[in-house]
Design a protein around this ligand. Structure first.
Ligand code: HAM
Length: 472
């Protein structure tokens, strides 16, 4: 017997269903509208990219890259990796002429084997692809690939779509989730740019009807000994002193990513973290001035913020301004947006030195917070349900449905004839506002019957009068 067990969506993924999808559409439409008024255009990068792109951009030691990516082998047809591998083999092998025509044998000495294994590993890695865990890396890749540095700078792009991270699912945390993000690439790194981007975000949340958001900002300086690198060294030193009081994750991070210890939510680590040095006291003069100017620019725009020296973000590409926005009704996963400046990233990905800043909103969380705040739209029924009786009336009903739909009304036309009582019952169940009743009488007289299902009022109207009445 065939196996008839039912299927379920994979853990951490879910179906977005009506009426919620109406809210998703409304939020996305608001993003298109608000971002356009700030001069952004939409980009739609692919959903999978070379694994190496994310490893290099987001950082090999981050949770995202080391644990959470969905990766799979995807060797290109004429594999770049295999060509490089063969070139390398030819280069280290010693050629030997043979008697078999033009063939040449390449002998590889045992001493070359470690190098060959290394090349093979590299080749395998170059043929791996990953579902995107975020889109900033993709946007930078596209900026370089399409020579966007030749366009008027800065280039302002936004995107929306699914991202994939293999995290432990919980409320507000999914393995397939959706982001709405924006990036500004090229041009200067004027603090006004940081502030305007944040202003746009807050305007967007406001237009969505999301209230009670909180914006936190910080500056994590730049990678130099007299700035972040110096601070990280100092932080590591201090962390080593209290190492045995820290949890396993934080202990590991002392070596790999000490800044991330500041992100810890572990109750018993909070008092220890509170005593650690603050990055603001270790920024170089330029970064300090930039941060002060960002705050002034935010104030000039009436944007209310809170400073949080522990806001370091979980991706390696950030420098200077970092920010996060929390929303209400989300429980522990309350960050609804994260972003920051990443001036070195385009260069790291093989482009010319380019300034960059951006953010990504967690759309699932934004929707959840709107729903918790009572902003969910009710299920929408048809505007008009056409109750037709008899074949003559059916032809008129088809025409009426077409006209009403062309005018923009939501119309339900039953595909089989229903008895009068049944038709009205179905119309009410669907939540229709009106029933248009079409029988032989209506067709002959040209006066159609329209019933308001909320008030039960009924009136006779010509086709033209009915359209005008409904439009009003
Ligand atoms: P992120 O902080 O990793 O930053 O993600 C941004 C937002 O995506 C989070 O604040 C959260 O709302 C949402 N999010 C992340 N993971 C999940 C998940 N598993 N389930 C549901 N929502 C999630 C970035 O992705 C950067 N690319 C942002 C950026 C753009 N920075 C500069 N430009």
């Amino acid at each position: 017997m065939a196996n008839k067990s039912k299927f379920q969506a994979i853990r951490g993924t879910r179906d977005l269903l009506p009426p919620d999808t109406a809210l998703w559409n409304r939020v996305e439409q608001t993003a298109h509208e608000v971002f356009t008024t700030y001069g952004f255009d939409e980009i739609r990068p692919p959903i999978f990219e070379p694994t190496e792109l994310f490893a290099r951009a987001v950082g090999g030691d981050t949770d995202i890259v080391s644990k959470e990516m969905y990766s799979f082998p995807d060797p290109p047809e004429a594999t770049e990796g295999s060509r490089r591998f063969i070139d390398a083999v030819v280069a280290i092998g010693e050629e030997e002429s043979t008697s078999e025509g033009k063939t040449k044998r390449i002998t590889i000495g045992e001493k070359h084997l470690p190098e060959l294994y290394r090349l093979q590993e590299e080749w395998k890695k170059s043929d791996l692809a990953s579902l995107r865990p975020e889109a900033t890396a993709s946007v930078c890749r596209a900026y370089i690939e399409h020579n966007m540095q030749q366009m008027p700078q800065p280039v302002k792009l936004y995107y929306m779509g699914p991202m994939f991270r293999r995290e432990r699912p919980q409320k507000g945390r999914y393995r397939q989730f959706y982001q709405i993000g924006a990036e500004i690439l090229g041009g200067p790194d004027a603090p006004a740019i940081d502030a305007e981007l944040i202003e746009m975000l807050m305007t967007f949340f406001d237009k969505c009807g999301l209230h009670g958001t909180e914006l936190s900002i910080n500056s994590i300086g730049h990678a130099a000994d007299n700035c972040r690198r110096g601070y990280v060294a100092k932080l590591r030193e201090e962390l080593l002193k209290v190492k045995d009081k820290l949890g396993a994750d934080s202990q590991r991070r002392i070596d790999t990513t000490p800044l991330r210890v500041l992100d810890s939510k572990l109750e018993h680590e909070q008092a220890i973290i509170a005593t650690l040095p603050h990055i603001a006291d270790h920024l170089c003069d330029d970064c300090k001035a930039h941060y002060a100017a960002v705050k002034r620019e935010l104030e000039a725009r009436g944007v209310i913020y809170r400073e949080n020296w522990r806001l370091v973000r979980g991706l390696d590409y950030y420098m200077r301004t970092t920010f996060e926005i929390t929303a209400q009704g989300l429980g522990s996963q309350n960050a609804v947006c994260g972003g920051g400046r990443y001036d070195g990233l385009v260069e790291l990905l093989g482009g010319t030195p380019t300034k960059g800043i951006g953010f990504a909103i967690g759309e699932d969380r934004l929707i959840l917070s709107l729903q918790e705040g009572g902003k969910a739209p009710a299920a929408q029924g048809p505007d008009v349900f056409i109750a037709w009786m008899g074949q003559n009336a059916y032809a008129t009903a088809i025409r009426a449905a077409k006209t009403l739909r062309n005018t923009g009304f939501r119309v339900e036309l039953p595909g089989t004839e229903l008895k009068f009582g049944k038709a009205l019952e179905r119309a009410s169940k669907l939540g229709s506002r009106f029933a248009l009743i079409l029988g032989d009488n209506e067709v002959q007289s040209g006066e159609w019957t329209l019933k308001n299902l909320a008030t039960s009022e009924q009136q006779k109207l010509s086709e033209q009068a009915l359209l005008e009445y409904l439009r009003r």
